[in-house]
Design a protein around this ligand. Structure first.
Ligand code: ASP
Length: 304
């Protein structure tokens, strides 16, 4: 059989993840969810669908899963509310769409895609983004939909200790894909970080920081301390290392994560180049991640 001409990688956030902190049952659920997300993207790519459809499908599965910090399982702000960010980018056209600080949109990634395809703007935030969602008939849910006991406890822990422990800092989701037509795409969705100040926007919806795709180089989705990824313009920096330095993907991806580390930030990213090479570096103890290898076999991982 000829090698498959598509590739896909997903992440469900990076952070402190140690086997002793995750029960076998939760670990099974996490792995199954990552597999479902990968399968959703794979199905699109296998049938000749676009990388854009694949990354949106993969991310939507994780947004609907309460285990991840995006959509349903989004973390709480310091005000006990939810504010979600998401972005998607098409490597073929360099078109991009993003939304920030949306409170009641069930699937922020679908709204980000609508921003790209149906609006002249790249990024809409808050009430304006929700108004746009309503106009287009996107599913709006009651804020209660985003309540999960696990995230509420995380907020209480952070409030009690006045400190965001690494354990409470993961779960952002993302996907990068190469389709059979040779097009790259990236998508990322997050609730941000626990106890963030209302109005805070992270790297996820900032094109070039947490999300980037360009057919000439690669597609990237990042996770971790958003402020550092914004300051390092991380996702675009990775693409620039390929474009201007001719660096191989794995080396460029590691270079970017090393820089985040030098600045004092933690996190990881997933990246895919136009040959279908995949890199998944992180400087934390774990990153929820999965990818399809060139032969179509899947790998799901959590720990280093
Ligand atoms: N990067 C996300 C943010 O800062 C959070 C994360 O990936 O854990 O909003």
């Amino acid at each position: 059989m000829p090698a498959k001409k598509y590739a896909l990688a997903i992440h469900g956030g990076a952070g402190t993840m140690l086997p002793e902190q995750i029960t076998p049952e939760i670990e099974r659920e996490l792995r199954a969810a990552l597999q479902r997300s990968l399968d959703a993207g794979r199905q699109v790519l296998e049938n000749g669908g676009s990388s854009l459809d694949a990354v949106a499908a993969a991310v939507q599965v994780l947004e609907d899963d309460p285990l991840f910090n995006a959509g349903r399982g989004a973390v709480f702000t310091s005000a006990g509310t939810h504010e979600m960010d998401a972005a998607i980018m098409d490597g073929r056209t360099l078109m991009a769409g993003a939304v920030a600080a949306v409170k009641r949109v069930k699937n922020p990634i679908l709204l980000a895609r609508a921003m790209m395809e149906k609006s002249p703007h790249v990024l809409l935030a808050g009430a304006g983004a929700e108004e746009f969602a309503r106009e287009l008939g996107h599913e709006i849910v009651d804020e209660k939909y985003f309540f999960t006991e696990q995230r509420w406890q995380a907020l209480e822990r952070v409030r009690a200790t006045a400190r965001l422990s690494d354990q409470d800092r993961h779960g952002t989701v993302g996907a990068v894909a190469l389709d059979q037509a040779g097009n790259l795409a990236a998508a990322t969705s997050t609730g941000g970080n626990t106890n963030k100040r209302p109005g805070r926007i992270g790297d996820t919806p900032v094109i070039g920081a947490g999300t980037y795709a360009d057919n000439a180089t690669c597609a990237v989705s990042a996770t971790g301390d958003g402020e550092f990824f914004i300051r390092a313009v991380a996702a675009h920096d990775l693409a620039a290392l390929l474009e201007y330095r001719g660096m191989p993907l794995a080396q460029a991806a590691q270079t970017v994560i090393d820089k985040i580390g030098r600045l004092g930030g933690t996190g990881g990213l997933i990246a895919i180049d136009r040959a279908g090479n995949i890199a998944l570096p992180f400087n934390t103890t774990g990153m929820y991640r999965a990818f399809l290898d060139g032969a179509g076999a899947s790998f799901v991982g959590i720990y280093r």
